[in-house]
Design a protein around this ligand. Structure first.
Ligand SMILES: [Zn+2]
Length: 831
């Protein structure tokens, strides 16, 4: 299908973006010995690295990435070398006649602004931490190296730190020795070749647990004092390793696996080979354990040890090869651990998060070569959409071929790099199928299919006519090839029709003795598409009784777009009989959307019967739609004030209570501002509730919770609440100050989202600055998007103004015409 007009997407590319291919190298670093000495408090390091170089093409020099370092010496095989340094690249001249293999030694000092992060404690009984985050291209901020995923090297890492600290790094811990002056020296060795972005270093004071599973040494490290939470977050690690070993047919490739939780981590988790780093926010107590789980995060990072680490994408445009597999294997573990319903609901949630990005931000092909910062590609196209593409692939080749292909891919490319074509070819070899069409439509083209299904029964001829249409819009292909399985339920029987849908419209006719109760497309979400079941309320009601979770979800979507008492009645009944929390939650959301007295009653009744906190949370969120309702407000306050309710349910109650805007909400909400909870979720919920109320008093509280001594996630909630306060000087100034100076990139992103909400042109200047200079790629991207939205809004404003002026002109003109006619008529009358 080469030459197929693929779609390139919308709103992803900004002016000045370039096409990027994998970086070229003419030498290889075979091995590196890295030495770091640090005193965490001074936020600086002294380093020494020895690279074992092999020249591939003798250009007479090599280039290493190294940002903002102070170089003390550069030597080749022990002799001083000629070099130049421009603050981001060291160019080292290689003397003639040296041969192709030599050692380059660099001594340097650095105060890294990223790559290596220093966290100083907020209280006296806490310890500082230091940890690295290499991906995408930040290892170069603390080690001079070739910093791109297509080169693999082995290394040793030696860290000298004050004796109170422990050090975590990749591979085997070789030794820990006392070296005097209150320092210890820790030596680690990674003896499998890996890309530079996986080099890891964490320094801190930890509580620790350890176990050996199938010969693999597992370690769990968490900040001192939090050891009691290790079990809730990590107890399934052995089960996950066994599951992946078995499912992938390739055993966990290393001797040990360490998971360490660090403070203020800038992402959720990072799959540093054998040494995953995770945010400490994932740690939680037994109350939170009822509604919060670390399992998806732990499974995701573990899956990366195969997909991402053992086999690595050769360039960033292929990052989905790392992320989609981690996301999909996380879902497959859910299926193993919690069953089919949870699995399908997780995929459905993946679809929702992709559609959120697709509809509100941009669309792009999954493999995208045009970008500015690699960070931009770590999005919902690479993760959830990629996972859904793999799910579809699994259904097309079948479970056993899918697993065979994964095994073959991992075995063939183990400790190597790949692009998407390598994956396609393995799947083709194993399955015997041609899959170019599949990768073209799902991976190399933007958008997705939207499938609409409608049945029509003609009683006279006893014929069921089923119309299937592809109704996707502009940035998607005109036509997709979709495996489609229709489940057609009659009162006393059920039949299935399988087909490969290849045309924009297809109609099928079936003989049937009676009309079907409903028709559900791809009941196991067999293929990635958006499905629309265009049927009336009764048929959707019937479909809501199907045993397949996916059919129920489609029915709920259909019903939530309708109105009327019958819709509420159907949803309310379903909420009573449904036992799976995911479906309960979606029904609750639909009831909140449809609204009305009966919906309200159904939701409040459900709170008396449903225990699952995840369902309760959705119900409480839905109740936020009943503005000004005293009964709803009292119910929500009852939940917020009840210590037997779980944290997340109470937090959502606070937010919804604010949304009701009932007169007494402010005075009640502020009482719960400092209620201790997991990741301060209740405080965050209250702040959002206050933002929903608005007004001077709310704003005052929100500004107070933005202060630097507050928990980062609380400050994020406060910053993102400011978008609800338009037309206030202090808000504009605060947001600008945050984006310019706040140390947390999460808080800066929250400020950008508030700026976007306020659409004030005054933000354009600071957004422009951030789009160029912010140290974090995600922030730069968000700033660009927000500036564009504000500009678009202004243009619409001017368009509107122009339109109004034109209307005024027309009015004036017609007035004059009328006057002229009147004069003319007057004259005529005089004739
Ligand atoms: Zn990942």
């Amino acid at each position: 299908m080469k030459g197929l007009p693929l779609k390139t997407g919308r709103d992803f590319v900004f002016p000045g973006y370039k096409v990027r291919y994998a970086r070229e190298y003419w030498f290889k670093i075979r091995h590196a010995d890295i030495y770091i000495r640090t005193d965490v408090i001074s936020r600086s390091i002294r380093g020494r690295v020895v690279h074992y170089i092999e020249m591939i093409d003798d250009r007479g020099y090599i280039e290493l990435d190294a940002v903002d370092m102070s170089l003390k010496a550069v030597r080749i095989n022990g002799s001083e070398a000629k070099y130049s340094y421009d603050g981001s690249k060291i160019t080292i001249m290689i003397p003639r006649g040296l041969g192709n293999n030599f050692q380059v030694e660099i001594l340097y000092e650095s105060k890294p602004i990223k790559g290596l992060h220093f966290v100083l404690p907020k209280s006296n009984d806490d310890y500082p931490q230091m940890w690295s985050q290499g991906e995408a291209e930040d290892t170069r901020y603390w080690i001079p190296i070739y910093d791109y995923p297509n080169m693999r090297l082995t290394w040793t890492l030696t860290a000298e730190v004050p004796s109170i600290y422990s050090v975590v790094s990749n591979g085997d811990l070789l030794s820990v020795e006392d070296i005097g002056d209150g320092y210890k020296r820790w030596r680690y060795r990674m003896d499998h070749p890996m890309p530079s972005y996986l080099i890891a270093l964490a320094v801190g004071v930890f509580d620790e647990a350890e176990e050996v599973v199938d010969g693999i040494k597992l370690r769990y490290l968490v900040p001192k004092g939090m050891g009691g939470f290790i079990k809730n977050s990590f107890s399934k690690t052995p089960d996950m390793i066994r599951f992946f070993n078995e499912y992938l047919g390739v055993r966990y490739p290393y001797r040990s696996y360490t998971q360490v939780c660090v403070k203020e981590f800038i992402v959720g988790g990072m799959e540093n080979v054998t040494a995953t780093f995770l945010t400490d926010l994932t740690l939680h107590d037994d109350i939170a354990h009822k509604e919060f789980s670390s399992d998806p995060l732990v499974a995701h990072e573990l899956a990366h040890q195969w997909f991402g680490d053992l086999v690595t994408c050769k360039d960033w445009s292929n990052i989905w090869l790392n992320e989609s597999f981690a996301t999909y294997l996380e879902a497959l573990y859910t299926r193993k651990d919690k069953g089919e319903d949870e699995f399908i609901y997780e995929l459905y949630s993946d679809l929702k998060s992709y559609l959120e990005e697709y509809s509100k931000r941009y669309s792009r092909p999954i493999v995208m070569r045009i970008y500015r910062d690699p960070d931009e590609l770590f999005d919902s196209h690479s993760y959830p959409k990629g996972a859904l593409v793999l799910h579809t692939l699994r259904n097309i080749v079948g479970e056993s071929k899918f697993r065979e292909a994964l095994k073959s891919y991992l075995s063939k490319y183990g400790f190597g790099n790949t692009d998407t074509e390598d994956l396609r070819k393995v799947f083709e070899e194993v399955s015997g199928k041609d899959l170019e069409w599949f990768f073209d439509q799902y991976v190399y083209s933007s958008g997705h299919p939207v499938i609409s299904v409608k049945g029509e029964y003609e009683p006279r001829d006893r014929i069921l006519k089923i119309s299937i249409k592809q109704v996707q819009g502009q940035d998607s292909l005109e036509t997709y090839r979709i495996p489609l399985r229709l489940l057609i339920r009659f009162p006393n029987s059920v039949i299935e029709r399988k087909m490969m849908l290849e045309e924009r419209e297809r109609t099928i006719f079936l003989e049937a003795e009676e009309p079907p109760k409903y028709i559900c497309p791809n009941p196991d979400f067999d293929a990635f598409a958006v499905y629309e079941v265009d049927e009336d309320v009764e048929i959707l009601g019937n479909m809501l009784e199907d045993p397949h979770v996916f059919c129920k979800l489609l029915a709920i979507e259909g019903l939530s777009k309708k109105t009327g008492s019958r819709v509420v009645e159907i949803l309310a009944k379903a909420l009573e009989r449904e036992s799976f929390w995911g479906v309960q939650a979606e029904i609750a959301r639909a009831l909140g959307k449809v609204g009305g007295e009966d919906a309200k009653k159904a939701l409040i009744d459900a709170l008396k019967k449903i225990d699952n906190p995840r369902s309760r949370r959705a119900i409480v969120e839905a109740l936020g739609n009943f503005r000004g309702d005293e009964e709803v407000a009292k119910t929500l306050l009852g939940i917020l004030s009840n210590p037997n309710e779980t944290y997340y349910v109470r937090a959502s109650a606070a937010t919804s209570l604010g949304k009701t805007r009932i007169g007494w909400a402010f005075n009640e909400l502020v009482k719960y501002l400092d209620t201790p909870s997991h990741a301060e979720i209740i405080t965050r919920g209250v702040l959002q509730g206050l933002a929903n109320i608005g007004g001077d008093d709310s704003l005052k509280v929100i500004l107070r919770y933005l202060e630097r001594d507050k928990h980062t996630m609380v400050r994020v909630a406060a910053a993102s609440s400011l978008g609800k306060f338009p037309g206030r000087r202090e808000v504009v100034e605060k947001l600008i100050e945050i984006l310019r100076t706040d140390p947390s990139h999460r808080v800066r992103i929250a400020a950008i989202s508030s700026m976007e909400e306020l659409k004030n042109p005054e933000f354009l200047e600071v957004l422009g600055e951030a789009a160029e200079k912010d140290p974090v790629g995600f922030v730069r991207r968000r700033a660009r998007e927000a500036a564009k939205r504000i500009r678009d809004h202004m243009e619409k404003g001017t368009e509107y103004k122009q339109l109004r002026e034109e209307v005024e002109k027309l009015r004036e003109e017609s007035k004059r015409i009328i006057e002229r006619i009147e004069r003319y008529e007057a004259k005529g009358a005089g004739v």
